[in-house]
Design a protein around this ligand. Structure first.
Ligand code: SAM
Length: 193
């Protein structure tokens, strides 16, 4: 099976790629991961979703493409220039709210068990404040991370953080974990209680 042959990218991704030229943004989410995110949010009608790390909006576009009309998405980033691309291309979609804010600050302002999925694609909510990100996931909701397999842009010493993070998730008493050696390396944790 050639999985990429059966995946259609959201139409807005070409526009995001065009507008991102010159921004030196080297961290866009892969199409396989995007398709997974789309599939997961499609399983939660009227869902409330959180993306930590908007970047230029590639994963945001995938998320929106799977969400029904009654769902909503909050996407958080600290970089004005990256998020400006996402806002320009996707901002007319009333289901998404962009927040220019530190991811951990945002998480700390949220109530427990209020999101059907958290896609944690920034340091906060993943390597810092993991428990704060897990706390906001509803029972039956998803916590999703990627880049668990070696990436060319990893800083020195980053590789050692991967098994620590996966160990914490796999031992968490309230979540069940699916680690996937697939795409950039994905882990999906589902809150059971
Ligand atoms: C891996 S990229 C996100 C890629 C994005 N999901 C996409 O599909 O293009 C990580 C993002 O996290 C953002 N970031 C860095 N520090 C942050 C923080 N403290 N809080 C929120 N976002 C942060 C960066 O600006 C960057 O856009």
């Amino acid at each position: 099976m050639d999985d990429l042959s059966y995946i259609s990218e959201p139409t807005q991704i070409a526009g995001i790629a065009e507008m991102s030229k010159g921004l030196n943004f080297g961290m866009p989410s892969e199409a396989l991961l995007g398709c997974l995110l789309k599939t997961l949010v499609a399983s939660k009608p009227e869902g409330r979703f959180l993306e930590l790390g908007t970047g230029t909006g590639i994963a945001t576009a995938w998320l929106l493409s799977g969400m029904d009309a009654a769902s909503s998405l909050v996407s958080v980033d600290t970089d004005l220039n990256f998020q400006a691309v996402a806002k320009a291309v996707l901002g007319s979609d009333k289901r998404v709210t962009f927040r220019l804010e530190d991811g951990l600050t945002f998480l700390l302002s949220q109530k427990a068990h209020t999101f059907d999925m958290v896609f944690a694609d920034a340091m906060p909510g993943k390597y810092e404040g993991l428990n704060d990100a897990l706390k906001v996931v509803k029972v039956g909701g998803f916590y999703v991370i990627d880049d668990m397999l070696p990436q060319p842009n990893w800083p020195e010493g980053h590789a050692a953080r991967i098994p620590v993070l996966l160990e914490r998730l796999s031992k968490h008493p309230d979540f069940t974990l699916l680690p996937l050696v697939w795409s950039s390396g994905v882990a999906i944790a589902v809150r059971q209680r």
